[in-house]
Design a protein around this ligand. Structure first.
Ligand SMILES: N[C@@H](CCC(=O)N[C@@H](CS)C(=O)NCC(=O)O)C(=O)O
Length: 324
């Protein structure tokens, strides 16, 4: 685990000393947008037109943010248009690395050893954390974006003319509602589990822990009355919650000490999680080997023995029973 400083790799764990033991996630820096006609998006420069076989996605199968992008690639039928490289689940002294074991693919574009080499190909002077996902432009040879929230919105609409898939997970009429749900779920659940697990003081841990379970109670309440979070159709808000829920019982309960309850113990969330897992194309994006191996083996500050637990045994293919 580390970061680039003026293009040089430095091995450093997150600094929580300056924030009273609290973990603060660095904002993504590279935020151009692919658009249907190549015009500029909400941020960044123009020039990234939606085209087949032009863009490449670097992901970790363990990472919940990268997982969102793989789900949208599947839901929107982009598998043949956008190629993918999968990093090793083991993120040690040199950060995300490439190998070709256990469903990792190696770096299909440059055959690099480490993801930080892809960041410095884009900018030899880059300073910042080296995170997944990364969306790379094979034509301009540069990074389009390293922000998953933006990448899923590009996938949601920019390639529609090429795929004829017009499914819309961020429909205009629901945008305020989805934004409101994201504002609850991102800090308290998606990042809340990290704030809990990476806290280095009791107070910071307890604050984050309470945020996680309070927000889970809120979404449980919504889902006990309504099929999905925003409405009775699936939206971006559901997929953003899904990637945390699917990791919760396997990793966050134990490794991140989010152990008040499991997702299996919430009646609505339990069925909802299974239902989303069973949506066509989604189960193939979930890799429990990478998920468990990454967290338990890579975060040696939390789990110095690097022993990866065997359980739990959960059958996500069992009947979801959702009919609210
Ligand atoms: N804002 C980014 C966050 C991505 C992120 O933090 N990814 C984690 C993996 S789950 C990472 O690569 N961490 C490496 C590090 O912080 O050094 C996004 O959502 O795309």
């Amino acid at each position: 685990m580390g970061l680039l400083v003026n293009g040089q790799w430095q091995d450093k764990w997150y600094d929580t000393d300056s924030s009273n033991g609290k973990f603060e996630r660095e904002a993504a820096q590279l935020r151009h947008w692919i658009t249907a006609d190549g015009s500029a998006g909400i941020t960044g420069e123009a020039g990234f037109k939606a085209q087949a076989n032009r863009y490449h996605l670097y992901v970790s199968l363990a990472c919940p943010w990268a997982h969102r992008t793989l789900i949208f690639r599947a839901l929107k039928g982009l598998q043949d248009l956008i190629t993918v490289s999968v990093v090793s689940p083991d993120m040690l002294d040199s950060g995300w690395a490439f190998d070709t074991q256990n469903h990792s693919t190696g770096d299909a574009l440059f055959n690099s050893n480490y993801l930080h080499q892809v960041y410095t190909k884009n900018n030899p002077e880059y300073s910042g954390r080296v995170t997944v996902p990364v969306l790379w432009d094979k034509k301009l040879n540069k990074i389009v974006s390293n922000e998953s929230a933006d990448i899923i919105r590009m996938f949601n609409s920019a390639f529609n003319e090429l795929t004829s898939n017009n499914d819309d997970y961020y429909p205009e009429a629901l945008q305020p509602k989805i934004d409101e749900l994201n504002a609850l779920i991102y800090p308290n659940i998606n990042n809340g589990v990290y704030r809990t697990g990476f806290a280095t003081t009791q107070d910071a841990y307890e604050e984050a822990f309470n945020d996680v379970f309070k927000a889970l109670d809120t979404v449980e309440g919504i889902l006990s009355k309504q099929r999905y979070l925003a409405t009775n159709e699936l939206t971006e808000a559901d997929w953003r919650l899904f990637t945390t829920l699917i990791r919760f019982d396997s990793v966050y309960v134990g490794h991140f000490k989010c152990n008040l309850r499991t997702i299996e113990s919430y009646p609505a969330l339990n069925g909802y999680l299974r239902e989303l897992y069973q949506v066509k194309g989604v189960a193939e994006t979930v890799d429990f080997y990478h998920i468990k191996r990454h967290y338990y083996f890579s975060h040696t500050m939390i789990n110095p023995t690097q022993v990866v637990p065997n359980g739990p045994s959960v059958d996500y293919l069992s009947d979801h029973g959702r009919n609210v």
